[in-house]
Each structure stands twice: as C-alpha cells, then as structure tokens.
Design a protein around this ligand. Structure first.
Ligand code: HEM
Length: 451
C-alpha cells in the first residue's frame, strides 16, 4: 500500500487557506500535479482529497462503519442539531435516516409534482410583477431560492403553514451565512450578542414553529398523505427533538443546494439560447400551454421531459452544489492503492469527478446530449463520475426530490420566460460551502405571453 502523495510544505501553506476560501482552483491544481487521490495537511489536520471516479467507486463500496460523519470538523451540527442524521453515525444514523426515508415514499414524491409546477407558475407571476415595477435587471437567484423554499415548506409541512414560508426562509438566512463565514468565527462559545448567539436564537425560533406544528399534527391530524411532518410525528421511533433536527436538516440541506443548482441551470440556459428553445419545445409538447386547463401534470409527463432531465444532469455534472463533501476515516482504509489512516478527514469531490477526462469526453464542453443513448460500458464509468448526490448508504436522501424539482422547474420556466444575461460568460466567484454564483443570476427577463 502506497503513502498518499502530498504537495511540498510551502505549497500546502498556500493551498490550505485557499482551499477554505475557494476550493475549486486548489482541487484542480492538486489533481493535475498529484493525481485524483492525494494528501494535504498533517497530524490532527490530516486530509485526503479524492476526485478520481475509480477511487470514489471503491470509497462508496466500503461499509459506512469505515467512516464517521459526526467528526470534529462537522460544523453543521451547530445549526441542524446534534440529533440530525447528517452528523450521526452507527445505529442512530440508521434509525433517523430510515424514519425520514419512509416519509419520502415514491407516492408522496409523485403527489408533489402538480404543486411544484404550480409554485413555479406563482414564481413567474412574482418575477413579472417585479419586472413591471422596475426596469432594472432581475436577480433570478433570489426568485429561484424563494421558489425552492415555497416547495420545501409545502412538501414538509403540507399547505398548513405555507403562508409562513417567508418567516422560515428568514430564519435560515443567518445560519447559512454563518456556515459560510471564516472557520475562526465558528469556534464554539456561548458569548451573547455574537453571530453565533444570533444563530442559536434563530434556531430556537425555528424549533418553536416546528414544535407548534408537531403538536398540531398530533391533535388535529389532517390525514394529508403529502405531509412529511405529520408522517414523522406519527412515527414513534423518533423523539420530538429528533424530529425537529431532521426537519431543520431537510430544509437546510435541500434549500441552498437546490437553489444553487437552479441558478446554474438558468445561467447555462441563458447562455445557450438554442438549448433554451429545445427545453421550451419539449415542455410545450409534454406539459401543454401554461394557461391551458388540462389535467394536472403528473409523473408520466415528468418521465417524458427527457431533454430537461439531461440538461439538469449536465448542469449538476459541471456545477455540483457541493464541490467537496467531508467524512472522516473511522479506521485505517485503502483507496486507490493508497493507505488512508484512521482520523484522516476525507474530502471527496463531485466537482473533480464530474470533470474527469477519462470518464467524460471533452469534459468541459456543456452538452446535455452526452447522456443520450449511452452504452452500458459508458454508463458504468459515468455512474461513479456523476456523483453530485454521493452514492451508497449515505447518499443524499433528497436526490429524487431535487432532480424532480429541477427538471420540472426548468421546463416550466423555459415555457414562460426568455432570458438575456447581463454578461456573456458564466460568473466566476462561487460560494464557499455551497457552489452558487456569488453575483446571483442577474438577467433581463421577458415573458412569453407578451412576446
Ligand atoms: C441539487 C440538490 C442537492 C444536492 C447536490 C445534494 C447533495 C448532497 C450530498 C453530496 C450529500 C452528502 C453525501 C455524502 O456525505 O456522502 C447529501 C446528503 C444529504 N442531503 Fe442532499 N443534496 C441536494 C438536495 C437535497 C434535498 C432537496 C434534501 C432534502 C429533501 C437533501 C437532504 C440531504 C440529507 C438529509 C443528507 C444527509 C444524508 C445522510 O447523512 O444519510 N438534499 N446531499
């Protein structure tokens, strides 16, 4: 077994802080100089960076007991709670995840389809109202983020507290900004009047909202089969504190990631007008005219949105919401022929895997049709190189919901609006925790009904 190759100390001194600020260029430098599996840091700050899809295949095949998610670097626990599945290991993780997984049945997901399309229509109306009020370009990142939240609140709480989506979004704003702040600001303490104490207060207010809803679900169950909270509240395997932590996790893990992906889809669509036209043509023939009064859209139509789905796949390949995802080695392990010692923080990268030149022909070319008619052999390779949602027992629990949302949203948006970007290029700076365009998605928007 070989030792992990690592950069020289002087390069590491430069790379580690850069990695905390903007990981993509450092990851690319590491991969081009040392390969897709390498080491960084030392001692208690020992890290392994893995972006080679073949090594990722090995990693995902290892039992989950080889890794720990509740490790010292996992700062998410402060926001999502120590009972959240994302910071749990062993039996606790299995129990928490199983309860949530049961609430995400295929039937429930399918029943959300008309609501997702309806909320996209409402978002278009909001954008139209904004355009009427001012001539300024519109930031579609903000509109898309609000849309994702409206969908999440309805999906997780039913229609009951949909009117409070704005309040809930506001309570997530500060915690998410806090998670993106420099590590030094995130050191644990209980001092009052600090960002950390404000985040704690926001979380308490969120807990109050969720507690009220849990009580209401138990006292006056609606029997709404689409209501995830009601399903969790009736599941005796989770305590109320655990239910709260899972609900905050579901919104937190799904909100910025899905909104960021939608933002990249809008950028790509705006820069590729022919593809936008193709999305529209497909959506027109599958979904019908937006103002038409046909039957509600369901999973059979979703399955026919083939180009929209490939477009979504291609955007997530090049712009995965997590450039890096962390886990700690719980035992000594071997990946790609290299020894990774117990206690090493493993940073695996969907970004590197999505741009791997062996797995993908001309990897930087944006081409949704690369997913069309792939052979079994190509599919096998791509399977481990397309990992925006991870793989295996700890993969993203929201992967079906997120893909469904993104496919339906982009199809409906292409039917209803035309985009003119303010700049002819993809934006550069991206968020540190979630890969989103920091400058948003400022566009000139015109409305198809008015064309
Ligand atoms: C485009 C959107 C999304 C992306 C790219 C994404 C990506 C990921 C990734 C990379 C992981 C970590 C896998 C690992 O550590 O190996 C993850 C975990 C997770 N995601 Fe997502 N996610 C998205 C949307 C969502 C949504 C909508 C939800 C909620 C409905 C969600 C809930 C979760 C949860 C709860 C976990 C932790 C699972 C566990 O620890 O067992 N995500 N996601």
């Amino acid at each position: 077994m070989k030792k992990l190759p690592s950069p020289k100390i002087r390069d590491q001194v430069r790379m580690i802080p850069e990695m905390l600020r903007a990981p993509q260029p450092v990851l690319e430098e590491l991969e081009s100089t040392l390969g897709g599996v390498c080491g960084l840091g030392a001692g208690p700050m020992r890290m392994a960076v893995i972006g080679d899809p073949r090594a990722l295949r090995e990693m995902f095949a290892l039992p989950s007991t080889s890794f720990r998610w509740g490790h010292k670097f996992n700062v998410l626990g402060f926001v999502v709670g120590s009972g959240s599945m994302v910071v749990s290991d062993g039996d606790d993780h299995v129990r928490r995840r199983a309860s949530v997984q049961a609430a995400f049945s295929r039937r429930r997901l399918n029943d959300w389809i008309p609501m997702i399309v309806e909320q996209t229509d409402v978002a278009v109306e909001r954008i139209e109202a904004e355009a009427r009020e001012s001539n300024a370009p519109i930031d579609l990142y903000t509109s898309g983020r609000a849309l994702v939240l409206e969908v999440a609140v309805r999906a997780f709480f039913g229609e009951r507290i949909a009117s409070r989506a704005g309040d809930i979004g506001e309570l997530f704003r500060r915690p998410q900004a806090y998670l993106e702040s420099p590590a030094i600001r995130q050191l644990p303490h209980r001092l009052p009047f600090t960002r950390r104490s404000k985040v704690r207060a926001d979380r308490s207010r969120l807990d109050e909202i969720i507690d009220d809803e849990i009580k209401r679900c138990r006292t006056y169950p609606t029997g709404d089969p689409n209501d995830v909270l009601e399903a969790l509240a009736q599941d005796s395997k989770l305590s109320d504190a655990e239910i709260r932590d899972q609900v905050v996790t579901l919104i937190g893990a799904g909100y910025d990631t899905t909104a960021a992906s939608l933002a990249w889809m809008l950028w790509r669509g705006a820069l590729e007008p022919l593809m936008w036209g193709q999305l529209r043509e497909e959506a027109d023939s599958v979904l019908g005219h937006p103002t038409g009064s046909g039957a509600p859209i369901d999973h059979t139509q979703l399955a026919q949105l083939k180009f929209a789905e490939m477009f979504m796949h291609e955007v997530l390949r090049l712009h995965p919401a997590g450039v890096l995802a962390p886990r700690e080695a719980a035992t000594d392990i071997e990946i790609g022929g290299f020894k990774i010692k117990k206690g090493t923080l493993i940073l695996w990268s969907p970004h590197l895997a999505g741009r791997d030149p062996v797995a993908w022909a001309d990897p930087l070319r944006f081409d949704p049709l690369r997913f069309d008619g792939v052979t079994d052999e190509e599919r096998k390779v791509a399977d481990y190189a397309w990992v925006p949602f991870g793989r295996g027992q700890r993969n993203c629990i929201g992967l079906v919901l997120a893909q469904m949302e993104l496919t339906l949203m982009i199809a409906r948006l292409a039917q209803r609006i035309d985009l003119r970007p303010l700049a002819p290029l993809l934006p550069g700076p991206i968020g540190m925790v979630v890969n989103r365009p920091l400058g948003g998605v400022p566009m000139r928007v015109t409305f198809r009904d008015h064309l």
